[in-house]
Design a binder for this molecule. Sequence first.
Ligand SMILES: NC(=O)c1ccc[n+]([C@@H]2O[C@H](COP(=O)([O-])OP(=O)(O)OC[C@H]3O[C@@H](n4cnc5c(N)ncnc54)[C@H](OP(=O)(O)O)[C@@H]3O)[C@@H](O)[C@H]2O)c1
Length: 310
Amino acid sequence: MKVTVVSRSGREIIKGGIQLNDSATVSDLQEAIHARTKKYYPSRQRLTLPLNPGSKDKPTVLNSKTSLCDYCDAKKDNLTVVFKDLGPQVSYQILFFWEYVGPLVIYPLFYYLPVYKFLGYKEERVIRPVQTYAMYYWCFHYFKRIMETFFIHRFSHATSPISNVFRNCAYYWSFGAFIAYYVNHPLYTPVSDLQMKIGFGFGIICQVSNLYCHLLLRNLRSPSGNGGYQIPYGFLFNIVTCANYTTEIYQWLGFNIATQTVAGYVFLVVAASIMSNWALAKHRRLRRLFDGKEGRPKYPRRWVILPPFL
Ligand SMILES: NC(=O)c1ccc[n+]([C@@H]2O[C@H](COP(=O)([O-])OP(=O)(O)OC[C@H]3O[C@@H](n4cnc5c(N)ncnc54)[C@H](OP(=O)(O)O)[C@@H]3O)[C@@H](O)[C@H]2O)c1
């Protein structure tokens, strides 16, 4: 079979095309493109079927595990695919590691080092119990996330564009510094003892629940990450599609009840709105995949992320 690889503007990427045997898969084609171009390793390549001129449809993305013949016209033994360079890639583990290690390191700097003296505060800094608990709570959260990244999550995509590392690090690192600055500030006013205990107690329950949600999601896939998207069941997933995001939002609420800073609440609102958008997309995807037609199960009625509002 001959495969012609063109750019979106129609320019031939591999001069003369690529000759492959009839049983070749999309993955074999990606390896062949890599062998001819070196720069474009498989995870950098996005291959789609060409669209008819003027078509507004979304192009079909070729699945690496599928046989190329499945995308061919029955009568033809040649195929044209459209190539897009996704740019340099990093693994999801590397992406998540860098975005979480920032807040894990930055926050304790504000607690342990004489940052405020350096910034011009002359008085002796008295560390309140709530500031100490907040530092442990914060570090536990990001340490847990790094551990989950390496030992629990089973990602369906191997890599992400390297530009996401800079964008995500900017988000997590700057919010980490912003919150740490205010919670550890020498002029910080602590909340009452009872409020602190309620906040941290509730937050810890939510962090443990969040870990349990991630274990339930993990069991939906095989260790290789195969299995696609399944209907999550059990615990809070029986009532809400993205129970992992629900518990994540509530654990930040717990932190904010205990520490009470504007910076912390701003982060809560931004994080909740980001996760709500993602949750809506995930909810729609599961409803589309499990539509109850042609033998497929029907997605049960559930809240998206924050019952009883959404
Ligand atoms: N504070 C914040 O701003 C913020 C923002 C986002 C996330 N977080 C935290 O980070 C955690 C991880 O975030 P995430 O966005 O990566 O979570 P996620 O996509 O909801 O899920 C985590 C893992 O479970 C898999 N998964 C999800 N739904 C599945 C389904 N129906 N069937 C099979 N597998 C499924 C995902 O696979 P895929 O690889 O296919 O996605 C991913 O590997 C969150 O749960 C939350 O605790 C915090």
